[in-house]
Design a protein around this ligand. Sequence first.
Ligand SMILES: CCCCCCC[C@H](O)CC(=O)SCCNC(=O)CCNC(=O)[C@H](O)C(C)(C)COP(=O)([O-])OP(=O)([O-])OC[C@H]1O[C@@H](n2cnc3c(N)ncnc32)[C@H](O)[C@@H]1OP(=O)([O-])[O-]
Length: 716
Amino acid sequence: MARYVRIPGSIALITLANPPVNALSAAVRRGITETLSRAIADPEVKAVVLCGENGNFCGGADIKEFAGPMSGPGLVPMIDAIEAGEKPVVAAIEGVALGGGLELALGCHYRIAHCKARVGLPEVTLGLLPAAGGTQRLPRLIGLSAALDLITTGRHVSAQEALQLGIVDRLTEGDTLGVAVEFAQSIAGQPLGSRRLSTRTPACPADLDSFLQGALVQVRRRARGAMAPEACVRAVGAAATLPYSQGMQREQELMASLFRSAQARALQYCFFSQRLVGRWSTPSGARWDSAEPRPIRRAAVIGLGTMGRGIAVSLLQAGIAVVAVETDEQQLEAGRRAVTALLERRAQGRGSEGPLRFTTDLQQLRQVELVIEAVFEDLAVKKQVFRQLSAVCPADTLLCTNTSGLDVEQLAACTRSPELVVGTHFFGPAHVMKLLEVVYGPRSSPVAVATAMHLGKRLGKVSVAVGNCPGFVGNRMLKPYLEQAHFLLEEGAAPEQVDQALEEFGFAMGVFRVADLSGLDVGWRVRKEAGLTGPGVAPGESPRRRQGRRYSPLPDLLCEQGRLGQKTGRGWYLYEGPGAREARPDPWTHSFLQQYRQQHGLQPRAVPQQEVLERCLYALINEGFRVLEDGIATGPEDIDIIYVFGYGWPRHRGGPMFHAGAVGLATVLDRLEHYHHAHPDIPNLQPSALLRRLVASGNPPIQKWREVIRRVRSQL
Ligand SMILES: CCCCCCC[C@H](O)CC(=O)SCCNC(=O)CCNC(=O)[C@H](O)C(C)(C)COP(=O)([O-])OP(=O)([O-])OC[C@H]1O[C@@H](n2cnc3c(N)ncnc32)[C@H](O)[C@@H]1OP(=O)([O-])[O-]
């Protein structure tokens, strides 16, 4: 709804009232339409101020309405009426003006913003475009090039940048509403003319055609198959080439092509899932709304390898004081240089960081409230560190381990206060990647989980609470995916063919390019420790079988050849030299695979692209269902957010579990049964009980899976 007040000095004040972000629901649109008519009809009113309740102007159209039939007054005619009116309307922007919220402000004749406000047109991130005139008015206000940047990236801009770009007319540091009212009084009665943005001509680059063509090429490259960015370019292009009314028509047509698309559904699911994972709970009954996080002002990072450095930077940038510990003087020095360089590189335009101290002395940890251990990924080494930490730190210090899959409970068992131990699985580079898996063990207390989850949020990350099992959620599901990729090579595929299929699906990088980038030795070490390769393997065991199931030694063989990926200049691909990034298909790999197949009597076949996708993705998804059965993830949304934010899963496909629902669970089940039948020695292809149960329950929408999961869990 919208509230209407007449204030002295002939000003009508319309306040959007739909907390928390004043989304433009049907009721709000009706409220604005009615109150505006009232203001226009009232001869005493000379100008109107439009603002939002609760410190927020408006977060845009109500995304929840998009799933059902739309009703109520349309946004476009409502905004057109504001612009066309004879009385000046001033938008008083506090908090955010995003999407339809900014479009509403662009329909107003003036915009005054608080200096902490943010504005933007993020519709592209929801698989849409700004379809309430945003693609037509913004270019007319700030020029085609700047508008295109904002609309195709969806980025939020600060009030200062908005002023520079010309989106807002004036900034205030204090009472935004008071300034807007005073301003409205000062301009009452003045002609509105070119304040109506639809009447303006947009400033365009000299060579418009090649500019738009270049923009299309650029967004296609970045979008990895997402449709909305391209539609945004076309709509903004229409602002440059067509009169306003025809441009608006084009905007509507393009929006219609996106509005009910599978991609828009997937992206909007991601939006709500990202918020849902913040409302975490654990099987022991700990919950986001009952567990109180502890305030963290001082933290320590143990180990200044690549991960430790990134974690330290991340903490510092959140204003947390950091003690960075390395036991070896030389490594401490290298860590100091690296952290300082990272901070310098990221310093521009940022706020002040917390104080930083480097030391080799664990005794310096007496004052910190939280420790993040980030030493070498080796259980014995980490156990030793936890014993030391437990001895040195006060008993109420929260101890976190940055591990990608080791048993958190075993580390907790080395301490005096196992309830204060949790896993914090950062993703590298830790100061850049948005995901944090917070791993609770059977003894982790609600306050420990709440503090780690809250810390993640403070660091600007998306935190997901997960249970403790080898690989947690993300890496556990990755294992069958990688395994399938290796089996496909044995059966006749080439690394570049597998990668191409995955990249065309939308992954930023295929599985083999990722392996080369992160280093093949990482997995090699894990497999050696698990006794799958190296001296731990029983003599006489077939190279292609381990523990009664099919095994591919291909990545081990590459490592034995010293082909560790980019760092050695060769891995699955060939590189210009060690450290070079551009992957080229390598004839050596092809002949190596050929010899391998011959040696093992494998008849190569042409592997269809569809099979590459189905085997890699459905094996991963199948493990996702097992993760749900085991209670390691609370719901499918947790898995999807982990994959979208940590593993490069294309967001416009919603995450692996959403994708399974979109493909159809019956289809996924059918294909898994087919492949399991063809490869009975690959247990990961055997469909999970939960998948079967969901199909038997009639393929319910993903929002209803939790009910079925609860029943399956109780029976297992
Ligand atoms: C043919 C039809 C034509 C239609 C034309 C439409 C044209 C238009 O261009 C389309 C749009 O505007 S598209 C829209 C473009 N706008 C955007 O993309 C902006 C999306 N919003 C955001 O980016 C962030 O929420 C803010 C930065 C606004 C606040 O961040 P923060 O302070 O961290 O808070 P938080 O935790 O994030 O949210 C708090 C609660 O509010 C909820 N909610 C929020 N926005 C909502 C919305 N628009 N709606 C509904 N709900 C919305 C959110 O779910 C959460 O609910 P919960 O039940 O408590 O979980």
